[in-house]
Design a protein around this ligand. Structure first.
Ligand SMILES: Nc1ncnc2c1ncn2[C@@H]1O[C@H](COP(=O)(O)OP(=O)(O)OP(=O)(O)O)[C@@H](O)[C@H]1O
Ligand SMILES: [Mg+2]
Length: 247
């Protein structure tokens, strides 16, 4: 039986006079990798901000593990087990790799577990061990993305949310990040993945949602989405390597 982890219903969000989400619904079940797709300005990051408490929804419900979290603070939502890797990574460039990882663990710091977690992260991200005492700002884009994901994992999230983790990375690094996402999923992590690279995301996702200017236009399996797009003869694709959903 599938257990629902996150249930969003009729979520409205705005920035002052600008309404960014017009009543969207979305579910993430335990162990699933769910992709949230859509073009620039569709409302993907706004959805994630609303889940994490960074943006307070105007209306609607966000239930995580049977508890309403729509009006909780970002800290309390993090403590409940939702960890966001924001757009643009947002690591502390003047702090070392080790210090960045330590910050990720602040919600439930325990010295012994912290050491074990660090070792586990070095297994997933060997480069971080080599760079442990270097400032985050000296890492490459892909390494910074790995650090951002490692930092998020240090809080032992039940739900990991990634906002465009492949943005701005070279094709080789995009491959690495997607391999990592697949590995995390195989280890049982529940993941909500926002991507502009729809083709890549659909290759790894269990289910997908497509947002268009604040309205949820589609939800279903990747196969269903591809069929839907064929039937509608909607242009689905762009330049090589970076295909976008353009509905
Ligand atoms: N801080 C803000 N203040 C005002 N409007 C905003 C703000 N952030 C986003 N918006 C607007 O809300 C809408 C949704 O933006 P959002 O960032 O959620 O899009 P997105 O799908 O994440 O796009 P992208 O793929 O470019 O990251 C857009 O019209 C955007 O201009
Ligand atoms: Mg965004």
């Amino acid at each position: 039986m599938t257990h629902t982890m996150l249930t969003i219903r009729d979520l409205h969000a705005s920035y002052g006079a600008i309404t960014a989400l017009h009543g969207i619904s979305l579910d993430v079940n335990e162990g699933e990798l769910v992709a949230l797709l859509g073009s620039n300005g569709a409302g993907k990051s706004t959805t994630l901000k609303s889940i994490c408490g960074v943006l307070r929804p105007v209306y609607g419900s966000v239930v995580f593990l049977d508890e309403q979290i729509a009006n909780k603070t970002p800290e309390s939502i993090l403590k409940r087990g939702i960890s966001l890797v924001p757009e643009g990574r947002d690591i502390f460039t003047s702090l070392t790799v080790a210090e960045n990882m330590r910050l990720g663990a602040f919600v439930s710091y325990n010295r012994k577990r912290y050491q074990e977690d660090l070792e586990e992260m070095f297994g997933l991200f060997p480069i971080l061990k080599e760079r442990l005492h270097q400032p985050g700002g000296l890492l490459s884009g892909g390494e910074q993305q790995q650090l951002a994901i490692a930092r998020a994992l240090m809080s032992h999230p039940k739900l990991l949310i990634l906002d465009e983790p492949s943005l701005g990375l070279s094709p080789a690094l995009v491959d690495q990040i997607f391999e990592l996402i697949v590995r995390l999923r195989e280890r049982g992590m529940t993941i909500l993945l926002v991507e502009q690279n729809a083709e890549r995301a659909l290759r790894v996702a269990d289910r997908a949602y497509v947002l268009n200017t604040g309205v949820m236009e589609f939800s279903g399996t990747p196969e269903e989405l591809e069929n839907e797009l064929d039937i509608a003869s909607v242009y689905f694709g762009g330049g090589e390597g970076n295909k976008e959903v353009t509905l």
